[in-house]
Design a protein around this ligand. Sequence first.
Ligand code: 13P
Length: 253
Amino acid sequence: MRAKIVAGNWKMNKNLSEAKALIKGLKKELKKVKLDKNTRVVIAPSSVNLRSAVNRTKKSVIEVAAQNVSHEKSGAFTGEVSVDMLNDIGVASSIVGHSERRTYYGETDALLAQKVDTVLGKGMEAIFCFGEQLEDRKSNNHFKVVESQIKNALFHLEATSFSNIVLAYEPVWAIGTGETASPEQAQEMHKFIRSLLKDEYGDKVADAMSILYGGSVKPANAEEIFSKPDVDGGLIGGASLKANDFIEIVKAI
Ligand code: 13P
């Protein structure tokens, strides 16, 4: 059975003391929740706060992921963080290809393919994000755009590599806008994504893949979105910054 995952992408929010307070709140609230064995709870703080987050979540179910990682292993790449550095402090997972990285930092499918290889090469997990812009959806090109994002960055991989990949469909028009894809729109896209995997790699890979939805998920809409058969959880931005909201979303899975 594939994992259900609720992951919080904190983006460029929370300094150290705020991060500590949020983790404290999450641990407190999580104690009251009976989590299914199959459910994972992940937080992605900024890189400077990862080490503290790992230390503070050691005795809890909370897993810590990075928001970004270099495609290079080491060397003269000013400002970058390597997979070795993450692995060394106990971070086993990284978000790759978030739309904000694609838009503001020019990350291309080709670069993201390299990032995925570097992450998997270290035995780590990649939470691979993709999603169409509003104009793609308006022009009915959303399936084509998502298909090429996935194929270009992932379809050079062997089937076995997919056990270390989580997919996150985040339509750009729904990120931070308060506008969510309807549960039907999310389901339709997730089903399409699973069919791409099925066609290329077969049922086993497709059925085992956790596909998360991201874009204005809130306590009020999480349950309905998560009720769809091909939606295996969420990648949460704004609502992951408050312990109560995030845990309400965890409860909805
Ligand atoms: P919001 O939940 O704030 O829309 O952000 C979604 C997101 O980008 C998660 O990676």
